[in-house]
Structures are given as structure tokens and as C-alpha cells.
Design a protein around this ligand. Structure first.
Ligand code: 1GP
Length: 243
């Protein structure tokens, strides 16, 4: 089963999924690191690999992850050079909160002929960047403005537009290392109105944050920084995702 099917079926069944974001620049390709041991012990449902800016090629990291773990590995690309045929799939994102044509369609056009040559599962994703009180890497690198979290009508309209344009998931992002998660009110509002699954990421630091995100209606939550800093917390987070 492809991962899109999995997330759709989980949504229908009211089940929750957990993704761990791997930044290849911060990842050590050694099976004895606490992070890799923990990923083996309590695997999440999916690994996302990518970042706003990478200083190395992705292939080796993905090959390593595929060799040592039996979890689907999907690309979470910050730009078109972050494509690898070693992965299982790609979140094919359009940054719909922004008004920079390069991240709405430009990079996607450059990527499409490369993707056509791969076996990757391509999941069309509407990516919505939300304001979190500080300038995030995504905001700076994409040269787009995040939507303020109190502009709920604009956030909803953006997500609905994504759904009507055919995107299969909506990804709500406050940015890696953010001090705030996506607010519960926003996730609640969108999950009551959208038919497609909701992914939420940015600022999830503990079980309570994760539970709040799930209770609000997110179908897949993404954690990055906290797992880099404290891999052992993954077992508690995986447990929350299965409650
Ligand atoms: C993925 O940007 C997030 O959507 C990851 O954020 O690093 O804050 O967990 P954190």
C-alpha cells in the first residue's frame, strides 16, 4: 500500500501517524548512534528527509536509512536539487501560503521530468507556512511570508484552495525549531472543513504537544528537532500516536 492510501485510511479510521524529519546535514550515518538505535527500537510510521538548505547530497543518507530501517522514506524537499531515486516517495509540495511563483510551480516544473524517471510515490501536498513569532528558514529561503495564525479565515481559504486544486494533503508548518506548534484552533477549524488529511509540523517538543495536535484533528504529525536533541523521547511519542 502506498503512503497516501495509508494516511487516507488512517484518517477514516481515526488513527494517528507519526513522522520523524531527518536533516541529512545533522544525521550521522552510523548504526550505533542513539538516534538510529531508537529509530530501530520504536520506529515511526514514516521518515521525511530534507531541509531548507542542504550542504550534502541526499542519496547516501537515504540509502543508509533504507538499509537499516524498515520504515518508508519520503523526500521533503526544500528545493529541486533535493530529489533522490533512492527514496520511496516524495511530498510534492507547492508553497500555497506564499506568492513566490518559484515555490508555487517553478521548482515543480524543473523536478517533474526527473521524477518521471523514478519509481517514487508522488503525494501532491499543499504546504502552508504559518507565522510563529520568528523568521524561519523556510520563510527566508522561499522568500514568502507566513500567514499569521490569527488570520484563520485566510488559512482556511488557502487550505480549501489547495484541496480544490487537487492537493491530496495539507501540510501546516510553523517551521523547524519553532517555539510554537500550529494552534489547536486552526487544526480544529481545518479538520472540520477539509476532506483531505492534515499534516502538522514545527515546534512539537513532548507528548503533550503531540497529543494536542492529534486531538485537534491532525492525521500525521512531524517531529524533527526534539528527536535530534533527545532520541529516547521517540518511544513516548510513538506511544501517543498509537493511543
Ligand atoms: C517539520 O519543520 C517541522 O514540519 C519539524 O519541526 O524541528 O520543530 O520538530 P521541528
Amino acid at each position: 500500500m502506498g503512503f497516501l492510501r495509508k494516511i487516507q485510511e488512517s484518517k477514516q479510521a481515526g488513527k494517528k501517524l507519526l513522522a520523524v524529519l531527518i536533516d541529512p546535514d545533522k544525521f550521522t550515518k552510523d548504526e550505533n548512534t542513539p538516534l538510529v538505535s531508537q529509530l530501530k527500537k520504536t520506529p515511526p510510521d514514516i521518515l521525511l528527509v530534507g531541509g531548507s538548505l542542504l550542504s550534502d547530497y541526499l542519496d547516501e543518507t537515504i540509502t543508509f536509512l533504507k538499509k537499516h530501517l524498515s520504515v518508508p522514506v519520503f523526500l521533503f524537499p526544500g528545493n529541486v536539487i533535493q530529489i533522490s531515486s533512492e527514496a520511496d516517495g516524495i511530498l510534492f509540495m507547492s508553497l500555497i501560503s506564499g506568492r513566490n511563483p518559484e515555490f508555487l510551480i517553478g521548482q515543480q516544473v524543473v523536478a517533474a521530468p526527473l521524477l518521471e524517471k523514478t519509481h517514487l510515490e508522488i503525494i501532491p501536498a499543499g504546504y502552508i507556512l504559518l507565522e510563529n513569532g520568528k523568521t524561519t528558514s523556510v520563510e527566508y529561503m522561499s522568500n514568502t511570508k507566513p500567514i499569521p495564525q490569527d488570520k484563520q479565515d485566510i488559512i482556511l481559504a488557502t487550505a480549501l484552495a489547495g484541496q480544490y486544486l487537487g492537493q491530496q494533503v495539507i501540510y501546516l508548518e510553523t517551521g523547524s525549531g519553532s517555539n510554537h506548534t500550529v494552534s489547536q484552533a486552526i487544526i480544529k477549524l481545518l479538520s472540520g472543513k477539509l476532506q483531505i488529511p492534515i499534516i502538522a509540523g514545527g515546534g512539537i517538543r513532548n507528548e503533550k504537544d503531540l497529543k494536542t495536535i492529534y486531538d485537534a484533528g491532525a492525521d500525521l504529525a512531524v517531529v524533527g528537532t526534539v528527536i535530534e536533541e533527545n532520541p529516547e523521547i521517540l518511544s513516548a511519542l510513538v506511544e501517543v500516536s498509537k493511543y
